[in-house]
Design a binder for this molecule. Structure first.
Ligand SMILES: [Zn+2]
Length: 258
């Protein structure tokens, strides 16, 4: 087998792995906010049909069933295939950009949590602690694996989260959500200093632009859930954050001081 063929097989396997994890994360999205157990089997929300193994193949079952319940024909939420597909794609992109190493695997698991918490935050304006605890554990593992740069991980954990803590205290929780603060704390430990600063700046820019557009389009006041935007910032930063920040420091001449 040629080298290209081996790579293609690898990426197909990573994609399949990604959609399986995405399928599990769909269960978490549904059940964690309601504090339900994530163990028992799935059933149709409409007719209670207990899903068989062949109804639970990530992405493919949805496509094969045309997005409807096998028994009653009730439409299945598009969230399932979207979350699964997004997981698969993001996994492939992370391994393509960052190479085959432990950090890529940790980034993939973090990406799954980011996608899941974005959906939950978008719906409920709340980020369940379990997602942030999960990312924090990934951060601890990353700091051990990447111990030559442990300072970057520790400062990354504190720099944005302390800044947000001040805003949180000054505005009595109205300026920023506690969940967003914990997210930047946990993700900062995972990705490191430069990356978390880039993630935060990018998240704020994305958040304000998209929020204004949404309010203009729907002509209504929306509450702003920051989780999805911060998550997008973290995700993009895991891929290109360090390079962008280094480039910026060089062209601005600031690299001489750092
Ligand atoms: Zn049904």
């Amino acid at each position: 087998m040629s080298e290209t063929a081996v790579y293609v097989c690898f990426y197909i396997l990573i994609f399949l792995y990604g959609i399986c994890i995405g399928s599990f994360s769909n269960v978490c999205i549904l059940r964690l906010p309601a504090k339900e157990s994530i163990v028992p089997g799935s059933h149709c929300m409409n007719c209670d049909y207990k899903l068989r193994w062949y109804d639970l193949i990530p992405l493919f079952s949805y496509l094969f069933l045309g997005g409807k319940c096998r028994k009653c024909g009730q439409k299945i939420s598009k969230q399932y295939p979207l979350v699964e597909g997004a997981n698969g794609l993001v996994y492939v992109v992370i391994f393509m950009v960052n190479g085959f190493n432990v950090m890529s695997a940790l980034y993939c698991l973090c990406a799954t949590a980011l996608i899941a918490l974005s959906v939950v935050d978008f719906r409920t304006y709340e980020i369940p602690d379990s997602f942030n605890v999960f990312i924090l554990v990934l951060g601890i593992v990353a700091t051990i694996v990447d111990r030559d740069h442990w300072k970057s991980h520790i400062i990354g954990m504190l720099c944005i989260s302390l800044f947000l803590l001040i805003i949180y205290l000054v505005t009595a929780g109205r300026g920023i959500g506690g969940g967003d603060l914990k997210l930047m704390f946990a993700a900062g430990l995972l990705v490191g200093t430069k990356e978390i600063i880039f993630a935060f700046v990018l998240g704020c820019i994305l958040g304000s632009i998209i929020h204004v557009i949404r309010m203009k389009v729907s002509n209504a006041e929306h509450r702003l859930a920051m989780g999805p935007y911060l998550s997008a910032g973290i995700l993009i930063s895991m891929l290109i954050g360090e390079r962008v920040v280094d480039w910026y420091l060089t062209v601005s001449g600031l690299s001489r001081f750092i």
